[in-house]
Write a protein that binds this ligand. Structure first.
Ligand SMILES: Nc1ncnc2c1ncn2[C@@H]1O[C@H](COP(=O)(O)OP(=O)(O)OP(=O)(O)O)[C@@H](O)[C@H]1O
Ligand SMILES: [Mg+2]
Length: 269
């Protein structure tokens, strides 16, 4: 099936607080597999808060609303369960893990994804069944070839001394292996050079398809010159205040965000 009637990810009236302060103030969004959505908005509007909340970061408290993924509320699911079910997030600031190679990290991540869920199964202790090393190496090689990556990349320590572009490469490779159903890319724009931007966009374009829904979070429409979103959403002060097609990103580039703010917020005497 290429696209389903029912959206795969439904976010409804989401309110989220961090350390007692409300950051998301009633956010609603629907994503179907096969669609690419861009979320844009100024610094501090709540974009990363939304991404972290989708993944179940314990610091973000959902005070109202719901997140449903393939028909089920995910709010009670731990982060690893969300990942196992097919939610994936590429970090704005990925951490370095000296001593752990890219290949070993990816193998651990893949085996965790393949393992049966701890909290949604029949209550039995989950069994660890991993992919045999040989099979894993073949899969890794295949995905690296798809993403035009050099074999030597797999033996380097994860993110240790990586350039911005290489960090992005590692994340895209992880996404290629884990085959998520919904991928959230939280992109920082400062410090992302054209090389890194290209890596992210080429990767997303290579992996996009009827089985993957993508949410790209960004400030500027630079990245959207390479990734063609089906929908563009503007986030302001914890809410989506406008949704449209790619033309909305172009409009934001020339007009900024102020015209979308509540009248009471602009030009207060
Ligand atoms: N862990 C946290 N502790 C305290 N405050 C937080 C935390 N996470 C987010 N906030 C606050 O929530 C607001 C929204 O931050 P968030 O990082 O979600 O914005 P953003 O839209 O991703 O910004 P940027 O474009 O700079 O990445 C900010 O005021 C921020 O200080
Ligand atoms: Mg952010």
């Amino acid at each position: 099936m290429s696209s389903s009637q029912q959206p795969d990810l439904i976010v409804e009236g989401l309110r989220v607080a961090v350390e007692g302060k409300e950051i998301l103030k009633g956010l609603s969004l629907e994503v179907r597999k096969g669609e690419i959505h861009a979320i844009m908005g100024p610094n501090g509007s709540g974009k990363s808060t939304f991404a972290n909340t989708l993944m179940g970061h314990p610091r973000y408290e959902v005070t109202a609303g719901d997140i449903r993924f393939e028909g089920e509320s995910v709010l009670e699911w731990e982060t690893d369960d969300r990942a196992r079910r097919g939610l994936f997030m590429a970090f704005q600031y990925p951490v370095a893990i000296p001593g752990v190679s890219v290949a070993n990290f990816l193998r651990a991540a893949l085996n965790a994804r393949l393992a049966p869920s701890a909290t949604t199964g029949d209550g039995k202790v989950p069994q660890r069944r991993g992919m045999p090393p040989k099979e894993f190496r073949a899969l890794l090689r295949e995905k690296m070839a798809l993403l035009k990556m050099d074999d030597s990349f797999a033996t380097r320590y994860l993110n240790d001394g990586f350039s911005g572009g290489e960090k992005k490469r590692a994340e895209i490779l992880q996404m290629a292996l884990l085959k998520p159903r919904i991928a959230i890319m939280d992109e920082t724009d400062s410090g992302l050079d054209i090389d890194a931007l290209k890596v992210v966009s080429d990767g997303v374009n290579a992996l996009a398809g009827p089985d993957l829904g993508v949410l790209v979070i960004t400030h500027y429409n630079r990245i959207l010159n390479y990734i063609k979103p089906d929908f563009v959403h503007v986030m302001l002060d914890g809410r989506i205040v406008r949704s449209g097609g790619p033309e909305l990103a172009v409009e934001l580039e020339s007009r900024g965000y102020d015209w979308l703010r509540e009248p009471a917020e602009v030009g207060t005497p």
